[in-house]
Design a protein. Structure first.
Length: 297
């Protein structure tokens, strides 16, 4: 099933009549976006919407393991090491991180999510909306880590002259892709939808790149012509970068864990000169708001 569903596909998936689905859309109840005159329904958002209505059993919660799950990021990886916080990393993608956080399998989730609003990619509120509606995270707090730049990674010199995803589709460029719940993959799908395209319009690699660094290596080795990742991933691998968007990269944890020593040590480091210097060295980051509370559920 595609990641973006049409009205009839969404109605079938939800086991509703199209009339009832349109009624939910009109009332702003069901997650959807209008693109080029038609409604599209992100399947992952529908799954979260369904799950948010499930009754959750009350269980005694244990202290989560000292792990930061979710999305991979070079600056975060460096901060975990240099802060001395003792927090480990488990990079599996933004949506996976939120699920693990809800199950108590990680202490923190690193996320960068994207959604369509009025046919445009909206990353300002996407992380906030995802945490607000995530099942089992009614007591979460969202902390700003950094603003970072995402774009197309291309071979040195950009031999195909790529400028965006439509140009990649037009030139049949081989496009690296990330796992389904990864923020970069959600960004790719959102940018396609905003341009009136679908994944079928791209020459997508069959092999999945688990991280942005893997995308960079695929481009560097010639296995892919391009892929969506951060400017820092491009710089580290020595490939060229075509800017597309700036996004919020945030940390999510439960309110009761916010004041624990390990997260607090990481947050203190995020306010340091060393952290800002590392961000500048990697490139493609704005850490002026690092540590700011963006949401308290």
């Amino acid at each position: 099933m595609p990641e973006l569903l049409t009205t009839d596909e969404a109605a079938l998936y939800l086991r509703l009549s199209e009339r009832k689905l349109y009624e939910l859309v009109a009332n702003g109840v069901v997650p959807c976006s209008k693109v080029t005159g038609r409604w599209l329904f992100p399947k992952a958002a529908l799954d979260r919407w369904i799950a948010s209505g499930l009754a959750q059993p009350q269980i005694a919660r244990e202290t989560p393991p000292p792990i930061v799950g979710g999305s991979h990021d070079p600056l975060l990886e460096s901060a975990l090491r240099d802060s001395g916080s003792g927090l480990a990393s488990l990079a599996e993608g933004s949506e996976s991180g939120l699920r693990r956080l809800a199950r108590g399998e990680v202490a923190v989730a690193a996320i960068h999510l994207h959604q369509l609003t009025d046919g445009k990619v909206d990353e300002i509120d996407a992380n906030i909306d995802a945490v607000r509606t995530a099942p089992g995270l009614h007591d979460a707090v969202l902390i700003a880590f950094a603003r970072r730049e995402q774009g197309l990674l291309v071979a040195p010199g950009n031999p195909l002259g790529l400028s965006d995803l439509p140009s990649a589709a037009a030139k049949r460029a081989r496009v690296a892709q990330r796992p389904g719940g990864a923020g970069a993959q959600l960004l790719l799908l959102s940018l396609l939808a905003a341009a009136g395209l679908t994944p079928d319009d791209l020459e997508l690699m069959r092999d999945i790149c688990q991280t942005g660094n893997d995308v960079a290596q695929a481009v560097r080795s010639g296995r892919a012509d391009c892929g969506v990742a951060t400017r820092s991933a491009a710089a580290t691998a020595g490939v060229d970068f075509v800017p597309l968007v700036w996004e919020n990269f945030d940390l999510v944890l439960r309110q009761r864990d916010y004041f624990q020593p390990q997260p607090q040590q990481l947050f203190a480091f995020m306010r340091s000169v060393a952290f800002a210097a590392k961000a500048a060295d990697l490139g493609g980051y704005d850490v002026s708001g690092a540590g700011r509370v963006r949401l308290v559920n």
